[in-house]
Design a protein around this ligand. Sequence first.
Ligand code: SAM
Length: 251
Amino acid sequence: MLTHDAALTWIARWDRQQEGYLPDREERFTALIDAVEAMGRPDPLIIDLGCGPGSLSARLLERLPGATVVSADADPLLLGLGQAAYPHLTFVSLDLRTPGWTGSLGLDRPADVAVSTTALHWISGPDLPKMYAELATVLRPGGLLLNGDHLETHDTTPVIAHLERAVQKRETERRFAGHRPEDWRQWWEAVAADPAFAELHTARTTAGADHHGSESPLLSTHVDALLDAGFTEVGCLWQRGDNRLLCAVRA
Ligand SMILES: C[S@@+](CC[C@H](N)C(=O)[O-])C[C@H]1O[C@@H](n2cnc3c(N)ncnc32)[C@H](O)[C@@H]1O
């Protein structure tokens, strides 16, 4: 049985593990939440796509206590971890590649903003434009998608793409100075070894949530898919190397 305190400790360890790949993770969260705040609504309805254990959702609610956050993910273990740590959040189990996924969100009005961090590169091929097109149906006109992710540009600006990767690498080296946190695999191995996760681990294996398939890392792929889905403006609000906060405005 996973207790509240244990879940918070595991999520703090998740956050450190994610920072090993993204030294500017907290800065990117802050920029994203600044953008939601700048929309000017004290009670925004927010969807967190690929929320994991809810790190971003929890930070959104801390800064914007009047917000409603619906946090969606396909991984039963990460959802269970989030539920144990943040009982005040609404977690929804869904796969963003399954047509009709928005029906599981339980929204009673169009959402003001959809947010996501380090998740949407897992949606690839024809699934990506379909996912964005379906997302557009549940966002209000003028609503935003705010997507923080590594988004590469080697297809259009290869020299700059090389420099972006170099900037990220230097930043990571400076930040951790040879003491990099545990990586993704080590975190999952530690979770698997903790009997408190036995049930959630079985659910994860049964759901096949540890296998993601191909990725869509190109910025151009996301921009094109968003414009095709009816978003009118697409641009970066924040960037460090190839780590970007992409913003798209629904028509
Ligand atoms: C690297 S984690 C990031 C989690 C969280 N957003 C964060 O920043 O800590 C990627 C997340 O995307 C989720 N994900 C990947 N593919 C998905 C899909 N098709 N549908 C829903 N969630 C998905 C994974 O389950 C995982 O929680």
